[in-house]
Design a protein around this ligand. Structure first.
Ligand code: ADQ
Length: 474
């Protein structure tokens, strides 16, 4: 295999494990062959020309990190605008939150074109490119237009919506056509593959050329062929297990257990995002206290929501709604010696996350829609197998396709979710152990290294040069 080139909106130093599982896994792959990681530097410059940004490269071991700055206008239209106010809400089925401001698309295209221009001279003939996520869907088409013939794969970390929701995006045809400049498109779940395939069948008359692998499909449309396949992303189980037994996590677990020794701890850890179903979770918890009063003075929900995309309107509204709901539940149910809910708007240190998970009797992962949701997998890995906590998981998280032994819930159904939380709180030890064992085995089998290898292997086998030669016209 040639050199690996990873392109993602943001990048991390692959040598720093604080970067988290995904960065480490990609860093591993890059270090193996020596490679290049390209993306936005995270810097927004004032007064620069739109569609232009300074390119900087630095070396991290045998990996070159190449980053480009964005000017304020590009950041607003590409990142805050098209990526996070159009694609993110629509792909999470939230047409009500989408802002189809006509100026955003120009910024999205401009930045993808600029990335292609800056990246092109850094490429070698036998490189393999792996592009990540919704910020960069048209990158391959822009690179092909500049003459790039290298093998290119794309992985979408967020869900694909059903065809009619996708069709609400004014540029849906152009956007979906852009996927055909890749040789391989990886999605999180089989539901996503089915939505993708159905859209192309309905809207572009795509021909299905057969499945190269279970859960995959080769599609022909727009004069090109693309392979689409589900690669459910995993976590680095060994690394997370090590973190679970390291001093910081053990100390966190012990201090939580002693603080809540007379209580049952329920835990939610998320980015503060409307896709994560956080208000719905609070409503279900309130319903639990109402329907099952034996939980009063006992069940305590700790929710840690890290700040995210503060400058997008929908996020500020969510924060306000959540603060109202949390205040009301504590006001209505709290006692001098017990507050039912602790909500913290902060990122906790990664080293403490497994300790929090291990101390909890119930993990609440209840997104309205999620590509995968790695917190669900982290919660399971952090548990004590002798006395594991129970995972309550939304059926709308991509992870639900793999984690069938969790208690699957519909986050829109407040009563049903309250009943499931009660079931979790009362689940006998033997059943908790049985479910945990099965969940852990599946998470271990399809960990982040499996994911990376499966994707790269499929990419090496996908497409051929003859087909790729057509792509410049897309
Ligand atoms: P996210 O929506 O950001 O990513 P998710 O899968 O929920 O991701 O993982 C978030 C990560 O951040 C986890 O490792 C978690 O431990 C950590 N984290 C979350 N809140 C935290 C907090 N308050 N403090 C500390 N750490 C916190 C997107 C998609 C997902 C998909 C991932 C990976 O939306 O569906 O699973 O990419 O593909």
């Amino acid at each position: 295999m040639g050199r690996l080139v990873v392109v993602s909106n943001r990048l991390a130093d692959p040598r720093k494990s604080a970067a988290g599982g995904l960065a480490v896994a990609l860093g591993d792959a890059l270090q193996r062959t020596g490679g290049l990681w390209f993306g936005w530097s995270g810097t927004v410059t004032e007064g620069g020309a739109s569609g232009e940004g300074a390119l900087r490269t630095r070396q991290a071991g045998n990996v070159t990190l190449a980053t480009v700055d964005l000017c304020r206008e590009d950041h607003e239209s590409y990142y805050l605008g098209y990526a996070n106010s159009v694609l993110w809400p629509v792909f999470h089925y939230r047409l009500d939150l989408a802002d189809f401001n006509a100026s955003y698309i120009a910024g999205y295209r401009r930045v993808n074109q600029m990335f292609a221009r800056k990246l092109m001279p850094l490429l070698r003939d036998d490189d393999i490119l792996w592009v990540h996520d919704y910020h960069l869907i048209p990158l391959a088409a822009e690179l092909r237009a500049l003459g790039c013939r290298q093998r290119m794969g794309f992985f979408l970390h967020i869900p694909v919506p059903p065809p009619l929701i996708m069709a609400a995006i004014p540029q849906h045809d152009w956007l979906m056509r852009s996927f055909f400049a890749y040789d391989l498109v990886g999605l999180q779940s089989e539901a996503d593959v089915s939505h993708f395939t159905r859209y192309l069948g309905n809207e572009a008359g795509a021909q299905e050329l057969g499945a190269p692998e279970p859960g995959g499909q080769r599609l022909r449309a727009f004069g090109a062929t693309v392979q689409v396949q589900a690669f459910p992303i995993g976590i680095d189980v060994d690394e997370f297990t090590r973190l679970t037994h390291a001093a910081e996590a053990v100390e966190t677990c012990e201090s939580m257990r002693s603080e809540y020794s007379r209580r049952r701890l329920l835990l939610g850890i998320d980015r503060l995002d409307y896709s994560k179903g956080i208000p719905q979770r609070v409503r279900a918890f309130r319903e639990l206290l109402q329907r099952y009063p034996e939980n009063e003075r006992s069940a305590t929900l700790v929710m840690i929501a890290s700040p995210s995309r503060d400058s997008v309107h929908a996020y500020a509204d969510l924060r306000q709604e959540l603060e109202g709901l949390c205040g009301a539940i504590n006001g209505d149910y709290g006692e001098l010696d017990w507050m039912p809910l602790r909500y913290i708007h902060r990122t906790v240190a990664r080293k403490r996350v497994p300790g929090l998970c291990r101390a909890a009797a119930v993990g609440l992962v209840t997104p309205l829609r999620d590509g995968m949701n790695l917190v669900a997998k982290e919660f399971v890995v952090a548990q004590d197998p002798e006395d594991p906590g129970v995972l309550v998981l939304s059926r709308f998280a991509g992870a639900a396709e793999q984690l069938k032994e969790a208690l699957l819930v519909n986050p829109y159904d407040t009563q049903g979710m309250a009943d499931s939380i009660q079931t979790a709180l009362q689940m006998p030890l033997a059943e908790r152990q049985r479910r945990h064992q099965k969940l852990l085995a599946r998470i271990r089998e399809q960990d982040v290294h499996w994911w990376r290898q499966a994707f790269l292997q499929a990419l090496e086998q996908a497409g051929d040069d003859a087909d790729r030669a057509h792509l410049a016209g897309i």
